[in-house]
Design a protein around this ligand. Structure first.
Ligand code: PHE
Length: 354
C-alpha cells in the first residue's frame, strides 16, 4: 500500500511542477498522454491497479489518485487558458488596432418612392375594407381589351400602343400581350368572385411609348373596383374624394375634388377626377399650370357589357372603378418634374425618400 501511495506522491509533485513549464499546445498534449493517456499514462496505470487492492487500501489510493487526476486536469486547463491569453495578447499587440479610426459606413436601404406611393394608395383603400388583388403582366387580348368593351377593331385599342408577344398565344390560339393597364384584373376578379366585390389591384403596366419626362414604356397603376347592389356615382365620388383627402390632405392641407366627363370604353359614364393643387393652394403654379387643379385619375361606373363579360348580371349588380397612375402621384407628391428620375435609381435621388 505505502508503495502505491509513495508513487502517487512522486507523481503528484512531478506532474504539477511539469504542468507549469508547458509552453505550447503540443507540449500540453504530450503531457496529457504522459499522465492520463488511456494505455500508458502514469496515473492511468495506478488507477488500473486499483482492482487488485483490498478494501481500505483501495479506498485510500482511489481517493488520492482521483484527486490527483482532477488536479492534473485543472492545471492542464489553466495552462491552456494561459497560453491562449498569451497568444491573443501578442496578436493584439502585433495588429495595432486604432480604435479612433472611423468605422466602415453601413448603407441603409429604403423602399423605392414608387413602392412607397403604391403602398400608400393601396393602404387608404385597405383601411376602407377593400382587398388587394393581383393579375399577371402577360395578359390575354380578351382580358385586356375585348371583355373590357373594346371589341376587335375598336379604335380605342390604338391609343394603348400595345406590346404583343411575338411567338406566344393563349390556349385558344389568341394573342398574348403585356397588359396596357391594370383593368384586366377587374375581369379576372369578377369571373372568380361573386359580388360584393371591393378590391384594389396595384401593378406594372406596359405601353409602347417613347421615354420622356412624363412617359415611360413601363409604369405603375392601382386599379380599384367596387361591385355591389345599388352602386351609384355618389358612391364613386364619395369614396374617391375621401381617398384624395387621405392621400394628399391632413395637417391643415385641404383637398377638394372635381369630376369631369371623360371616355373609357369600359365605364359609362366615365369621369376624370381632378384634385385642387396642394402645391400652391390653388393660387396657380407651374405644377397645376396656373389652373389650380391637377388631373388625378380615370374612373366611372362599370359598363354593363363589362359586367356581363365577367359573369355578373348587370340587372342585379352595378359597380364603379378607377385607375390611378402611381408615377403621376409620386411626381405630384414629391414635386419631381421628370419621371425618368424614378427609374435611374441614382442613390443621391433615392436617398431623399428613405
Ligand atoms: N384603365 C384606364 C387607363 O389605364 C384607367 C381607368 C380605370 C379608367 C378604371 C376608368 C376606370 O387609362
Amino acid at each position: 500500500m505505502s508503495s502505491l501511495l509513495n508513487e502517487l506522491d512522486v507523481l503528484s509533485a512531478e506532474a504539477l511542477a511539469e504542468a507549469e513549464t508547458l509552453a505550447d499546445t503540443e507540449a500540453l498534449e504530450a503531457f496529457r498522454l504522459k499522465y492520463l493517456g488511456r494505455k500508458d499514462g502514469r496515473l492511468t496505470k495506478v488507477l488500473s491497479a486499483l482492482p487488485t487492492l483490498s478494501g481500505d487500501e483501495k479506498r485510500e489510493v482511489g481517493k488520492r489518485a482521483n484527486a490527483l487526476k482532477g488536479a492534473i486536469e485543472s492545471s492542464l486547463a489553466r495552462r491552456r487558458q494561459a497560453l491562449d491569453d498569451a497568444r491573443i495578447t501578442s496578436e493584439l499587440l502585433k495588429s495595432k488596432i486604432d480604435l479612433s479610426l472611423p468605422g466602415t459606413p453601413v448603407m441603409r436601404g429604403g423602399l423605392h418612392p414608387l413602392t412607397r406611393v403604391m403602398e400608400e394608395i393601396t393602404d387608404v383603400f385597405v383601411r376602407l375594407g377593400f382587398s388587394v388583388a393581383e393579375g399577371p403582366e402577360v395578359e390575354t387580348d380578351d382580358n385586356n381589351f375585348t371583355s373590357l368593351n373594346h371589341p376587335p377593331d375598336h379604335p380605342a385599342r390604338d391609343a394603348h400602343d400595345t406590346f404583343y408577344l411575338k411567338d406566344h398565344v393563349d390556349d385558344k390560339g389568341r394573342p398574348l400581350l403585356l397588359r396596357t393597364h391594370t383593368s384586366p384584373v377587374q375581369i379576372r376578379y369578377m369571373r372568380s368572385h361573386t359580388p360584393p366585390v371591393y378590391i384594389v389591384a396595384p401593378g406594372r403596366v406596359f405601353r409602347h411609348e417613347n421615354v420622356d419626362a412624363t412617359h415611360s414604356y413601363v409604369f405603375h397603376q392601382v386599379e380599384g373596383l367596387a361591385v355591389d347592389t345599388d352602386i351609384s356615382v355618389a358612391d364613386l365620388k364619395g369614396v374617391l374624394t375621401l381617398f384624395a383627402e387621405r392621400l394628399f390632405g391632413g395637417q391643415g392641407t385641404v383637398v377638394k375634388t372635381r369630376f369631369r366627363p371623360s371616355f373609357f370604353p369600359f365605364v359609362e359614364p366615365g369621369l376624370e377626377m381632378d384634385i385642387s393643387c396642394t402645391i400652391c393652394g390653388q393660387k396657380g403654379c407651374r405644377v397645376c399650370k396656373g389652373t389650380g387643379w391637377v388631373e388625378m385619375l380615370g374612373s366611372g361606373l362599370v359598363h354593363p357589357n363589362v359586367l356581363r363579360a365577367a359573369g355578373c348580371d348587370p340587372e342585379k349588380y352595378s359597380g364603379w372603378a378607377f385607375g390611378i397612375g402611381v408615377e403621376r402621384v409620386a411626381m405630384f407628391k414629391y414635386g419631381v418634374d421628370d419621371m425618368r428620375l424614378f427609374y435611374e435609381n441614382d442613390l443621391r435621388f433615392l436617398g431623399n425618400f428613405s
